[in-house]
Ligand binder design. Structure first.
Ligand SMILES: Cc1cc2nc3c(=O)[nH]c(=O)nc-3n(C[C@H](O)[C@H](O)[C@H](O)COP(=O)(O)OP(=O)(O)OC[C@H]3O[C@@H](n4cnc5c(N)ncnc54)[C@H](O)[C@@H]3O)c2cc1C
Length: 456
């Protein structure tokens, strides 16, 4: 390995030639290693934890999953296209299935030998050598930093691990227990207690359903009206029914009409359950997939309440003036995407808004820097990640073999960062919806990109 002069901290820089650095060995990182290796690249993957699986490994400190987490996207829409989940697994596998899936995936494709476990990436900076990167790593438990030079970097650090704490009046004065959902692991934490769950996303609804079965009392605070999709529609997992409609090329208005008929036939008017009418059209936001919420509302086990106005020492006040006196408040208020190791400008992340990436994948300014898995599709994430990393691998190959043609292609697509991959209008004002995309629209765009790369 060639050694260059001092790196950012004065230490030597070890040159890994054209090798690619992958950050993170969750599902996205594992998939990136595999597809880059298949394209002939040397790969070094750095993983802070000591095992694979990322967020789906609930032993990891930063895992967002809880004991009752099951997929909300069904099996065929969540698995990698070239590595099916076992036939005898249910439609919506448990989080332990997902971990086992990623472990098998790593073993089947021999990925572990490319991963440096217990190693954290602390800095990624453009190297003096054009289009290369100096990556600084150190042991997750400390130790001396080390800098290595790579031909490209694929960031797969996940975006569901850094809790987003709400800034609500009086929250510091509250004497009960405040718990972000990242710290909620087991329904036993709620048993026999008065629980307020804040947040109407998928996690908030799951925790409210857990509380309905375990807690002495459960209030569920939501800010707006949402669409609550059942897990099954017309006898099939809901995403499969939706995809059938896409396959039949039904227009958006007809898909909306059909789905609202299904909802009308099953749940009916949400207001009967004390919920608000959705304030947006179906498919304009990432769906909440939960068949049990209305069931427990209907049994009086969950009391729906509006947004929290303020906390006081012993109680919580809501925007309609009503109050609750919970022992524990579970804040299912989501996660902040964080890329502490890289200059935010490189990801178009400077102004505090969502990262501005080309195709939600590549740095706008640096063609050898990509982020895999920074998407929130209307189905499972991993088939999308697969085609993202195939695109990255073929793109990097083109850079290596024909830089002039790659430059022409890169210039041609310079406006790609402004494109939204959705068939319906999506309101991105809330960070919760920053990364949403329509899987059909996005996969078509990746397919087009792959065709162009093939032709180039
Ligand atoms: C409750 C819940 C339910 C979900 N349900 C579904 C579902 O039904 N279907 C679906 O498709 N998706 C679902 N998701 C979303 C998605 O599957 C997960 O976010 C998934 O974990 C993404 O995989 P990833 O590899 O991109 O990120 P992660 O799983 O978060 O993995 C990132 C890895 O990078 C490592 N890392 C981070 N920073 C560094 C660093 N600086 N140096 C070294 N290593 C680093 C981390 O340790 C981690 O192992 C769900 C998410 C949540 C929270």
């Amino acid at each position: 390995m060639t050694v260059h002069g001092p790196g950012p901290g004065g230490e030597p820089v070890y040159d890994r030639g054209g090798a690619v650095c992958v950050i993170g060995a969750g599902g996205s990182g594992l998939n990136a290693i595999k597809n880059l290796r298949e394209a002939g690249f040397s790969v070094d993957c750095y993983e802070r934890e000591t095992t694979v699986g990322g967020g789906w490994n609930w032993r990891h400190d930063r895992s967002p999953v809880y004991a009752t987490t099951h997929l909300i996207s069904s099996k065929p829409f969540t698995q990698f296209p070239d590595f099916p989940m076992p036939d005898d697994w249910p439609d919506y596998p448990h989080h332990s299935h997902l971990l086992s899936y990623f472990e098998r995936y790593a073993d089947h494709f021999g990925l572990r030998e490319h991963i440096w476990f217990g190693t954290e990436v602390t800095d990624v900076v453009p190297a003096p050598q054009e289009r290369h990167w100096d990556v600084t790593i150190r042991g997750a438990r400390g130790g001396e930093p080390r800098t290595l030079r790579y031909g490209a970097v694929v960031v797969a650090n996940g975006h569901n691990w850094s809790p987003r704490w709400p800034d609500v009046e009086g929250i510091d004065t509250f004497r009960g227990q405040l718990l972000h959902s990242s710290g909620y692991k087991d329904p036993a934490q709620l048993r026999g207690r008065k629980v307020l769950v804040v947040g109407g996303g998928n996690t908030g609804c799951d925790v409210a359903v857990d509380a309905a079965q375990q807690a002495a009392r459960c209030w569920h605070s939501t800010r707006r009206g949402y669409w609550y999709a059942p897990k099954y529609a017309m006898g099939r997992p809901a995403d499969q029914a939706n995809d059938l409609m896409r396959w039949l090329r039904l227009p958006l208005w007809l898909r909306r009409w059909l789905f609202t008929r299904v909802l009308a036939a099953t749940t009916g008017d949400y207001r009967r359950f004390g919920l608000r009418r959705p304030d947006h059209k179906l498919f304009e936001t990432h769906p909440v997939v939960n068949s049990q919420l209305t069931y427990y509302l209907g049994h009086g086990a969950i009391t729906p309440v509006p947004d929290v106005a303020r906390f006081a020492r012993t109680h919580v006040e809501f925007t309609d003036g009503s109050t609750a006196d919970p022992d524990v408040v579970v804040l299912a208020t989501g996660y902040r995407p964080r890329f502490d190791f890289v200059d935010p400008d490189l990801l178009g992340f400077g102004d505090g808004g969502p990262p501005q990436l080309r195709m939600q994948l590549f740095s706008r300014t640096h063609p050898t820097l990509a982020v895999a898995g920074l998407v929130q599709p209307d189905g499972g994430i991993f088939p999308i990640v697969h085609w993202q990393t195939v695109t990255v691998a073929r793109w990097l190959r083109l850079w290596e073999s024909a830089p002039e043609r790659a430059t022409t292609l890169w210039d041609k697509h310079r406006h790609e960062a402004d494109r939204q991959y959705s068939s319906a209008k999506v309101d991105r004002s809330s960070p919760r919806h920053w990364f949403e995309l329509d899987h059909v629209v996005y996969l078509r765009a990746l397919q087009d990109a792959l065709r162009e790369l093939e032709a180039a």
